[in-house]
Design a protein around this ligand. Structure first.
Ligand SMILES: *Cc1c(COP(=O)(O)O)cnc(C)c1O
Length: 429
């Protein structure tokens, strides 16, 4: 029993909607009571009831170095003594901006904001201002933060007008949003033939991470680049997860496709609240005070967040980090695959480097329709059985799990062993 967590969760629900500040934390998709965290260290988190877990949530992506990396912590301790916010420029912003532009050749100029949501919202504004067009194309199953115009479900036909899938989003706000199927270039081609001249941008997670991990099919990203170029629309890569995750140069580096605008967040804040959007100079010159696109932030470029980001990127510059992540990722995937085969379950493990999802379906899982067919009860059982064995996975079938540089091969072996037992209690289809 996690008694302290249970008590805290009960009280939390009096003051916070659902007891949390972000919905998936409430464990609704897997049932049971979320555990409250006391501290994190390396690959492990410790809850208020004294239980320890190997953590594959990693704060939902930012913690590629693991929890409380000593070098990041030391830098933050020094920074905090100099003050926590000035509302005036610092050298730290220049340093991190230089680091980001060096890592991503498509990004010549960057603006820091305080969250991924803000980054996406602002990038859309820039795209619309630059192209003087209103329509935006997104893909079902891709999440781009809680931006009003992107909280849209797929319509039945490619040209169906958007239907908001959140209350409080006016129809008028999403009527310029077109939602297509992930990995489906034919649909985009059709839409572009019909209304390409009105499309400001196509926004995509270059590796989808928010329906569980769904990699781009070979040619998908290249096709997006070609079609947007052909119709004068901008291509926006939402690399809030993939930036500095799937390679130091993000998904654009890994797949060799250069977007016009890039959204970042998560890792570039090293665990502090950050987002960023950037791209070619001509586009970023649209942004105030240089241009007519207004966008501002009281805590934007915050010195603590910049410090954590700078230290994190410094540590990631060592290529060995990504080689090790790939190696551990492969070992984990192979171990899991053997485990579900041995348990006579048909599963599908999707992985790109250190981001992965074990789907409880035969697979392949390539788009949101494959996702919609998955019955997530079996994942919930697996999740609970893993938690009992000291392994913390994302509390939803439709979220990516993350390895960090702090996960050792022994951690991976412990995890695979736990999975072998846990999968025994999952019923076949
Ligand atoms: C997390 C995420 C966002 C939103 O970032 P927040 O910091 O949570 O606002 C946007 N896009 C993608 C791809 C994400 O994974």
């Amino acid at each position: 029993m996690r008694r302290k967590s249970a008590n805290l969760f009960q009280e939390a629900q009096r003051y916070l909607p659902g007891g949390v500040n972000s919905p998936v934390r409430a464990f609704r998709a897997v049932g049971g009571c979320p555990f409250f965290i006391e501290r994190g260290e390396g690959a492990r988190i410790f809850d208020v009831d004294g239980k320890v877990y190997i953590d594959y949530v990693g704060s939902w992506g930012p913690l590629i170095l693991g929890h409380a990396h000593p070098q990041v912590v030391r830098a933050l301790q020094k920074a905090v003594e100099r003050g926590t916010s000035y509302g005036a420029p610092t050298e730290l912003e220049v340093t991190l901006a230089r680091g980001v532009t060096e890592a991503l050749p498509s990004v010549e100029m960057v603006r820091f904001v305080s969250s991924g949501t803000e980054a996406v919202m602002s990038a859309l504004r820039v795209a619309r201002a630059y192209t003087k067009r209103d329509k935006i194309v997104k893909f079902a199953g891709c999440y781009h933060g809680h931006v009003d115009s992107l909280l849209v479900k797929a319509g039945s036909g490619a040209l169906t007008l958007g239907i908001p899938n959140s209350a409080g989003v006016p129809q008028a706000v999403v009527k310029e949003t077109i939602t297509l199927s992930y990995n489906n270039l034919d649909q985009l081609r059709e839409v572009m033939e019909a209304v390409g001249g009105e499309v400001a941008c196509v926004i995509v997670e270059p590796v989808a991470g928010n329906m569980g991990v769904v990699p781009p099919r070979p040619g998908f990203l290249e096709g997006l680049r070609e079609l947007t170029h052909q119709y004068g629309a901008l291509l926006i890569f939402d690399e809030v997860i993939t930036g500095f995750r799937v390679s130091y140069g993000g998904a654009q580096g890994l797949y060799g496709v250069r977007p016009d605008l890039t959204c970042l967040g998560k890792i570039i804040g090293g665990g502090l609240p950050v987002g960023a959007y950037g791209g070619r100079q001509a586009m970023m010159e649209q942004v105030a005070p240089l241009g007519p696109v207004y966008q501002a932030g009281t805590l934007a470029g915050n010195p603590l967040a910049m410090t954590a980001g700078i230290e994190t990127l410094n540590l990631l510059r060592d290529e060995g980090v990504y080689r090790d992540l790939e190696e551990r990722g492969r070992a984990l995937a192979e171990g899991m695959e053997e485990a579900y085969r041995r348990a006579n379950l048909s599963c599908c493990l999707n992985r790109v480097g250190s981001m992965w999802t074990l789907f409880f379906t035969q697979g392949p899982v390539q788009d949101e329709r494959d996702i919609e067919r998955i019955e997530s009860k079996r994942y919930a059982t697996f999740f609970g059985a893993m938690l009992d064995r000291g392994i913390s996975l994302p509390p939803s079938q439709f979220e990516a799990a993350f390895l960090s540089a702090a996960h050792t091969s022994q951690d991976v072996a412990i995890t695979v062993e736990a999975a072998q037992e846990a999968l025994q209690v999952v019923s076949p289809e």
